[in-house]
Design a binder for this molecule. Structure first.
Ligand SMILES: C[C@@](O)(CCOP(=O)(O)O)CC(=O)O
Ligand code: SF4
Length: 392
């Protein structure tokens, strides 16, 4: 791989051990995947933040790094609400370790506004064709597919390396030829809301890491696309998809339909809702906000909860920046007894592990909560989630 004189000097350790290690990771990945050079990236989003997922080994690795990031960089959700972890009944020992992880990242100049939806935040907006180094899989899918920006699904260490160096290796989804659809998916039924999460849950399983081109009846909005992409990245490893007539690259390029076509029937979507493994009578927690809620989602939830009181634990997960900006909506949600939880989520926090059964409106949460939290999970649309939340 071609390196500039400056990059070679960094690799030779002339700018210190942290940058040497960081560029070594980028160059090794570039060599493995056949990159020709390093390219500048506009921002980095770094996964591997929750103490639940990275443990002491992760904390040690981050604490050993020195220096400052060169581009706007932000963290993925942590294992708890950083300001109000007591309301989640987090163990103080966990909270202490989590705080050390956050401080170690902050020391490197990384924003601790922990979220998987950085694209809603000031300073992290991306536009079509921007190169990024993001690592949370739903954020990667949203950036590539809905925005038309370009990022591989970085691992925590490679996103952190990109943040420190300000560059990433030029391979994979940074290249035009890797962004073409390789399989098409037809749905002849008008989907809405969480149906898109159910669709993603099914399609991810079938297409693995290919690039699907959807041919749909309706026109999904950005929240629906967010849940489609998140679920496909969880049940499969889809980092980029297109929707004919909707997503930016499909509109611009008018891709030829790939030969292989998968048809998804309405009955398959319905099955996801009916796949009720736990007994609904065990339901003791409802979580919404995987990926983190947008302002529009918060406002819909506030409207549905108006004048009600919840009878179960209810978490609405979002980023702190969005929660602060829409404090009035948050207040109105919390009036019902539901909790608006920031900096974390139902999957990466240990706090959900003690519940008997969870209801979610997210295909991604449906794919991860049973395995990562050990909690049997039911799937419902947002209206069903709220109905269950307020049911006596
Ligand atoms: C499940 C996920 O959304 C959160 C866990 O990630 P982390 O490695 O703890 O940041 C990660 C992902 O899908 O990229
Ligand atoms: S809310 Fe969902 S998408 Fe966001 S970090 Fe948690 S599991 Fe990942």
């Amino acid at each position: 791989m071609y390196l500039t004189t400056e990059e070679q000097a960094m690799l030779d350790g002339e700018e210190g051990e942290t940058l040497r290690k960081a560029i070594e990771i980028l160059v090794s990945l570039g060599d493995i995947y056949g990159a020709d050079r390093l390219i500048p990236v506009k921002s980095a989003q770094i996964a591997g933040v929750s103490y639940k997922t990275i443990g002491d080994a992760g904390l040690e690795w981050i604490s050993d790094l020195h220096g400052k990031v060169r581009i706007p960089s932000i963290l993925n959700p942590a294992g708890m609400d950083l300001q109000d972890w007591e309301k989640m009944r987090i163990d103080p020992e966990f909270a202490h370790k989590q705080q050390l992880i956050i401080e170690a990242y902050e020391k490197l100049g990384i924003s601790s506004k922990c979220t998987c939806t950085p694209y809603y935040l000031e300073g992290f907006n991306a536009i079509c064709a921007d190169h990024l180094a993001w690592s949370e899989s739903s954020a990667v899918s949203y950036a590539n597919s809905v925005i038309g920006a370009r990022t591989n699904r970085e691992g925590g260490p490679s996103a952190l390396s990109a943040a420190l160096v300000g560059k990433t290796a030029n391979y994979g989804y940074h290249l035009d030829e890797m962004r073409k659809p390789t399989v098409s998916v037809t749905v002849d039924y008008e989907l809405k809301g969480s149906d898109y999460g159910a669709l993603g849950y099914i399609v991810g399983n079938i297409v693995g890491s290919r690039v699907p081109l959807f041919i749909l009846k309706g026109k999904p909005d950005n929240e629906e696309l967010k849940s489609l992409g998140a679920a496909m990245a969880a049940s499969g490893a889809v980092a980029l998809y297109h929707v004919e007539g909707v997503t930016p690259e499909a509109r611009k390029n008018k891709f030829a339909r790939p030969d292989e076509n998968i048809v998804i029937e309405e009955s398959q979507i319905r099955e996801i809702y009916d796949k009720t493994k736990p007994d609904i009578n065990d339901l003791d927690i409802i979580t919404i906000g995987c990926p983190h809620c947008s302002p529009a989602e918060l406002s819909l939830i506030a409207g549905l909860l108006e004048g009600t009181t919840v009878s179960k634990e209810v978490w609405i997960c979002t980023s702190r920046e969005v929660a602060n900006k829409y404090a009035g909506i948050v207040k109105s949600i919390e009036k019902s007894g539901a909790k608006v939880i920031c900096d974390t989520c139902m999957v990466v926090s240990p706090a959900t592990e003690k519940y008997k059964a969870m209801m979610v409106n997210s295909g991604k949460a449906l794919a991860y909560v049973p395995g990562m939290c050990g909690v049997p999970t039911l799937f419902g649309d947002i209206y069903k989630c709220i109905r269950e939340a307020v049911k006596e």
